[in-house]
Write a protein that binds this ligand. Structure first.
Ligand code: SAH
Length: 463
C-alpha cells in the first residue's frame, strides 16, 4: 500500500485551527493540533489557510497563551473579534522544513515511511513502507530485502537513531523480530486514521513528558462507524498527539468462508442471527499476539453486563490496552463470553442495535482519564461523578441574557466565594437530582455543613 493521505506532497503543515474570537481583546481561540503549546510561542511567521485551502494569508503571531485545551493567539493586524471572525476555521500552517527544525526530536508520521533501516553495524535490514498506529503505539512496516514485511514498533528500545536528512533509521532489534511476518496487520484493512499530519513524539524524547498511554482494539463488522468519532474533538486530538492509539479490526477479515459471514442462525430456532465464534476467536488471537495478557482487558459490550460507570472508566484507564467486542443481531455465541472475555459491560438498561455506540461511549469516558487527553486536568476532577457528586452549573458570556443574570458571585472575581458557591451548588444538584449518589459520597466537614443547610432550606420551602 502506498503511503496514505495527501501529506507527502504537501509542503505545509497545520499546527492548529482557529475556532473563534476569544474575549474582546482580539485573541483567537485556537485548537492545537500539536501536543505542545510551546510550539506556538516559538513561531512568528505563519500562514493562515482557509477551509478548502482556496485562500492563504501570511500572518505574524504577537502573543500566545494557553487556555484550557485551547491556545489563545493574537495576530498582528487582526486585532478585533470582528476581524478574527473572518478567519473562523482557518488553519495555522508553517512550512514543513521549519516544522522539522522546530521540533527537534519529533517526527511527522509520514517522515517515518520510506527510510532505509540498518542496524548499528550497518547491516541493511530493509525499508520502511508504512506507518500505522497499532499494538499500543506506532508500528512501522519494514520490507526486508527478500520482499517480506514485518512490524517494527517505533519505540526507543528498537529505534535508536532517526536521520531524516540521510533517510535512515538505525535500529537495534531483538533476535527474531524481523522474521515475524506481518500476519495480523496484513489481514486487517482498516487502521486508525494515521494519515493525519500530526507530529509523533519520538519515544526517546517524550518518555519523561508523557504518562501512561492507552491502546484500544475494537472488533466490529462496521468499522466505518468509527471514522468521524476518531477524528473530531478530544478523541481526535488524543490520537493525533499519541496519548491514545486505536486499531479498528474488521471482523470480516477473519472469516474463512467465501461469503465472509460473521453470523448464523441460532441453535434451537428463533428469529435472530448469532455472531459466529470462529472469526471472533481468530481476531482476538491476532490482537493478543505479542501482547502481555496481564496488561490487556477484553470487554464484551452487552445489555446484560455490569453497568459501565465513571468508576469503571477510571479503573479501565489504568490498563495498557483494552479490547472491545461489538456485537450485532442477537449478540455473540455464548462461548465467546466464556472463553475470551474479562468483563461484560453495559452502558444502560436499554438495548441498542450494536456494540459500536457503547464502545465509543466507553472509549471516550476512559480516555478522559488519560493524562493529557483533556487539556485541563481540573475539569476532569470537577466533572460529575468524579467525587461522587454532580457538577455545579456553568455560565458563559453574556452576563445578562434575555433578562436572565449570571449569579453575581461568579462575576465578583472572589476566588474563595466562588469555590464555596460551586461546592454548595454541586451538593444542591446532587441532593435534588440524584440523592442516591449522596449515600455513597464521602463528604468533608464543610460539605456536611453545607448539606445540612441545604436540607433545612428545602424543608423550609416545603412548609
Ligand atoms: N439479544 C441481546 C441484545 C443484542 S443487541 C440481549 O438481549 O442481551 C446487539 C448488540 O448490541 C449486543 O451484542 C451488544 O454488543 C450491543 N448492545 C446493545 N445494548 C447494549 C447496552 N445497553 N450496552 C452495551 N452494549 C449493548
Amino acid at each position: 500500500m502506498p503511503p496514505r493521505g495527501p501529506y507527502p506532497e504537501k509542503e505545509l503543515i497545520a499546527l492548529g485551527i482557529i475556532r473563534k474570537p476569544h474575549g474582546i481583546r482580539g485573541e483567537a481561540s485556537v485548537e492545537p493540533w500539536t501536543d505542545s503549546v510551546e510550539r506556538f510561542s516559538e513561531l512568528t511567521d505563519v500562514l493562515l489557510v482557509s477551509p478548502g485551502e482556496s485562500e492563504k494569508k501570511p500572518a505574524k503571531i504577537d502573543s500566545v497563551r494557553p487556555h484550557g485545551e485551547r491556545v489563545l493567539v493574537r495576530f498582528s493586524g487582526i486585532e478585533t473579534p470582528e476581524a478574527l471572525a473572518d478567519f473562523q476555521n482557518w488553519t495555522i500552517e508553517i512550512p514543513m522544513s521549519e516544522a522539522r527544525a522546530l521540533e527537534g526530536g519529533e517526527y511527522f508520521l509520514h517522515d517515518l515511511a520510506d527510510l532505509e533501516v540498518r542496524d548499528s553495524a550497518g547491516r541493511l535490514i530493509g525499508q520502511t513502507t508504512e506507518v500505522n498506529e497499532g499494538g499500543g503505539g506506532i508500528l512501522l512496516a519494514v520490507r526486508r530485502p527478500d520482499g517480506k514485511t514485518f512490524d517494527l514498533p517505533f519505540v526507543a528500545d528498537f529505534c535508536k537513531t532517526v536521520d531524516l536528512d540521510a533517510g535512515k533509521l538505525i535500529v537495534d532489534l531483538p533476535a527474531g523480530l524481523e522474521n515475524l511476518d506481518q500476519a495480523a496487520s496484513a489481514e486487517s484493512k482498516k487502521e486508525s486514521p494515521s494519515d493525519d499530519p500530526a507530529p509523533v513524539p519520538h519515544p526517546l524524547e517524550s518518555e519523561s513528558s508523557t504518562g501512561p498511554r492507552l491502546h484500544f482494539d475494537v472488533v466490529t463488522i462496521f468499522p466505518n462507524l468509527f471514522d468521524s468519532f476518531l477524528q473530531e474533538g478530544i478523541i481526535g486530538r488524543a490520537l493525533r498527539n499519541g496519548r491514545i492509539s486505536v486499531r479498528i479490526w474488521d471482523l470480516r477479515d477473519f472469516t474463512s468462508d467465501r461469503h465472509r459471514s460473521t453470523d448464523d442462525e441460532a441453535y434451537g430456532g428463533g428469529a435472530g442471527m448469532v455472531m459466529l465464534a470462529e472469526p471472533v476467536f481468530a481476531c482476538v488471537d491476532a490482537i493478543r499476539a505479542g501482547k502481555n495478557d496481564a496488561e490487556t482487558r477484553t470487554i464484551l459490550t452487552s445489555p446484560q453486563g455490569a453497568r459501565f460507570d465513571q468508576a469503571a472508566a477510571e479503573r479501565l484507564s489504568r490498563r495498557a490496552s483494552i479490547t472491545i467486542l461489538c456485537g450485532r443481531y442477537e449478540g455473540f455465541d455464548e462461548r465467546i463470553r466464556e472463553a475470551l472475555v474479562d468483563e461484560e459491560l453495559s452502558i444502560g438498561d436499554f438495548v441498542v442495535s450494536g456494540g459500536e455506540l457503547p464502545a465509543m461511549v466507553m472509549m471516550d469516558a476512559v480516555s478522559r482519564f488519560i493524562d493529557g487527553v483533556v487539556g485541563d486536568r481540573n475539569s476532569v476532577v470537577a466533572d460529575s461523578f468524579y467525587n461522587g457528586l454532580l457538577d455545579y452549573p456553568h455560565y458563559t458570556r453574556p452576563a445578562e441574557f434575555r433578562g436572565m443574570q449570571v449569579p453575581e458571585v461568579l462575576i465578583s472575581g472572589h476566588a474563595e466565594k466562588i469555590r464555596k458557591w460551586r461546592k454548595e451548588q454541586s451538593l444542591k444538584a446532587t441532593l435534588r437530582k440524584r440523592p442516591d449518589l449522596l449515600e455513597r459520597a464521602s463528604l468533608d466537614s464543610e460539605a456536611e455543613r453545607m448539606l445540612k443547610e441545604i436540607r433545612s432550606e428545602d424543608l423550609d420551602r416545603k412548609r
